[in-house]
Write a protein that binds this ligand. Structure first.
Ligand code: 5AD
Ligand code: SF4
Length: 468
C-alpha cells in the first residue's frame, strides 16, 4: 500500500504567503471572525485549524455574527437534521448580508463537500461567498485571498486527489484542559447508512513522529486531557507501510513525558483487538475508557449495515476489555430504525444494552442519506414505531445509568478539573478517567489540575464530589 501523500513544504509555505498577503490587505482594520461548528469532534478539530489561520491573518474571534466581518459554518452531513440546521443558519444570514454586504460568509465541512449541496448553495444562497470541502481545508488562505481580491464567489470542492495530509499549519485551540489531536483522516468502511466515506475520502494516517511532535506541544502548552481522533483509529497505520498499528502508537505516546491523559475515538469493533486492550491496560496515561459503537444488536441488521462483525464477536470484545480493565468505562453508538429493522431485531439491541450496561450511549434515529446503499433499502416501518423504539431504548439506558451512577456514592476517584460549573455549591466541573462528569467543591481547586475527590451524591448525568 502506498504511503499517504503529505502536502509539500512549498505548498504550505505558499499558504503562509497568502496568510501574510491577507494580513497586509486587512492591515489597520479591526477584523473579527465568527465560527460555528456542527457535528463531530473531527469537525471541531478542523475549525481549530481554520481559526488558527484566521488568527495569523490578523482576525480576532467573536462569539456573535452581529459584529463579525467573517462568518464560517463548518457543516455536518451525517444526519439530515444537521444539514437542515446548517441551511437554516445560512438562510438566516441573508438579512445581515443585505445590511452589511462586505461581510464574508464561508461554508466548509462534510455538507459543503457534496455536489448536490454546492449546486443548491450556488443557486439559492447568494449570500455565501466562499465554499470549500473537507479536502481543501489547508488551501483556505489562498481561497480567502481570491474572495478578497477578485471580489467574486469561490467554490472549491475537489475529489479524492486532494485527500492529502497537511502538516505545519497553525491551530487556535480553546484554552482549558482538553485538546483534540487528529491522528488520521477519512474512512474506508462504507457502512451502508453512512455518508462519511464519501465526504471525507479514504483513510490517511499521519506519521507517528508528527503526532508525537504535536502531543509534545500540547503537553508543553498545559493541555491535560487529549483525545486522539480518527473515524476508525483502530486501523491507524495500515496505509503507512511502517509496521506500526494503533496499539503501538498508544505505547509510543504513553512514553511522552508529562502529566496528561490520552483518550481516543472512534474505535470500530471489527478492528479492535486484545492487543489494543493490553496496550490500554499497560499504559498509565491512556484512559481506561472505550467508545465502541455497535449500532445494532441484530446480526441480520449488522450484515446489512456492512459492519463486518457479529453480536457474538462484539460480546467477546467487551468481555476481553473488562477482563483486562475491570473498571473500564464503556460507551457506544446505536442506530434505531435502520431500514427493515423488525421488533425482534430491536429487542436484540435492547438485550445487548441491558446485558452490557454501558456508562453512556449515543442513540440516533436512522436518517436516510442519499448516495449511500441503505438509502435504496426498503423501509416500511412507520416513523411512529421507530420513535417508540427510540424512547424505549432511552428509558432502558436511563435505568442502567441511574444504577451505575448511584454505585459511585462514597467512592474516591482521581479527576481532572476542567471548567466552571453552573451551581454555587459545586463551583467546578471535572472528568473522571472514564470521562464521567463530576461537579466538585473544595479549597484551592484549579482548572487543569488532577485531584482526588470523594463522591457525595449522584444524579443521572452528574456525580457531585468534595476534594479530599
Ligand atoms: N443515520 C443515523 N445515524 C447515523 N450515524 C451515522 N450515519 C447515520 C445515519 N445515516 C451515527 C452512527 C455513528 C455516529 C457517529 O453517527 O451511530 O457511529
Ligand atoms: Fe461511517 Fe462506518 Fe466509517 Fe464510522 S466506520 S465513519 S459509521 S462508514
Amino acid at each position: 500500500m502506498s504511503a499517504p501523500r503529505t502536502v509539500s513544504k512549498e505548498q504550505i509555505q505558499n499558504q503562509y504567503a497568502y496568510i501574510d498577503g491577507i494580513a497586509n490587505l486587512l492591515k489597520g482594520r479591526q477584523m473579527r471572525a465568527y465560527t460555528h461548528t456542527f457535528g463531530c469532534q473531527q469537525n471541531e478539530a478542523d475549525t481549530e485549524r481554520i481559526r488558527g489561520m484566521l488568527y495569523e491573518m490578523g482576525f480576532s474571534m467573536t462569539d456573535t455574527v452581529d459584529d463579525a466581518d467573517f462568518i464560517l459554518f463548518n457543516t455536518c452531513a451525517v444526519r439530515e437534521h444537521a444539514e437542515d440546521r446548517a441551511f437554516g443558519n445560512i438562510g438566516a444570514l441573508s438579512h445581515l448580508k443585505k445590511q452589511r454586504p462586505d461581510v464574508i460568509i464561508a461554508l466548509c465541512g462534510c455538507m459543503a463537500q457534496q455536489q448536490k449541496n454546492v449546486e443548491k448553495i450556488k443557486k439559492s444562497y447568494p449570500q455565501v461567498n466562499l465554499l470549500f470541502g473537507t479536502h481543501a481545508l489547508w488551501r483556505f488562505p489562498s481561497l480567502l485571498y481570491r474572495v478578497l481580491t477578485e471580489k467574486k464567489r469561490v467554490f472549491d470542492i475537489d475529489g479524492e486527489e486532494c485527500g492529502e495530509i497537511a502538516e505545519g499549519l497553525p491551530v487556535l485551540r480553546e484554552d482549558g484542559a482538553k485538546a483534540w489531536l487528529s491522528i488520521m483522516y477519512g474512512c474506508n468502511n462504507f457502512c451502508t447508512y453512512c455518508i462519511v466515506p464519501y465526504v471525507r475520502g479514504r483513510e490517511r494516517s499521519r506519521f507517528p513522529e508528527e503526532i508525537e511532535r504535536e502531543l509534545h506541544e500540547l503537553v508543553a502548552a498545559g493541555y491535560k486531557d487529549i483525545t486522539l481522533l480518527g473515524q476508525n483509529v483502530n486501523s491507524y497505520g495500515k496505509d503507512l507501510g511502517l509496521d506500526i498499528d494503533f496499539a503501538d502508537l498508544l505505547r509510543r505516546l504513553n512514553d511522552v513525558s508529562g502529566d496528561f491523559l490520552l483518550r481516543f475515538m472512534t474505535s470500530h469493533p471489527k478492528d479492535a483487538s486484545p492487543k489494543l486492550f493490553e496496550a490500554m491496560a499497560d499504559c498509565p496515561k491512556v484512559a481506561r475508557q472505550l467508545h465502541l459503537p455497535f449500532q445494532s444488536g441484530s446480526d441480520d441488521i449488522l450484515r446489512r449495515m456492512n459492519r463486518r462483525y457479529t453480536v457474538g464477536e462484539y460480546r467477546r470484545l467487551i468481555a476481553c476489555a473488562r477482563e483486562k480493565m475491570p473498571d473500564i468505562t464503556l460507551s457506544s453508538d446505536i442506530i434505531v430504525g435502520f431500514p427493515g429493522e423488525t421488533e425482534e431485531d430491536f429487542e436484540q439491541t435492547l438485550a445487548l444494552v441491558r446485558e452490557t450496561e454501558f456508562d453512556l450511549l449515543f442513540t440516533f434515529l436512522y436518517s436516510k442519506r442519499s448516495g449511500t446503499p441503505a438509502a435504496e433499502y426498503e423501509d416500511k416501518t412507520p416513523a411512529k414505531v421507530k420513535q417508540e423504539r427510540f424512547e424505549r431504548l432511552l428509558r432502558t439506558q436511563d435505568e442502567i445509568v441511574a444504577r451505575r451512577q448511584a454505585a459511585y456514592q462514597g467512592k474516591r476517584l482521581r479527576v481532572l478539573v476542567d471548567g466552571a460549573a453552573k451551581g454555587p455549591d459545586y463551583p467546578f466541573t471535572a472528568r473522571t478517567e472514564g470521562n464521567l462528569l463530576v461537579c466538585v467543591r473544595g479549597e484551592g481547586l484549579q482548572i487543569g489540575q488532577f485531584t482526588e475527590v470523594e463522591i457525595e451524591k449522584t444524579s443521572l448525568r452528574c456525580l457531585f464530589a468534595r476534594k479530599r
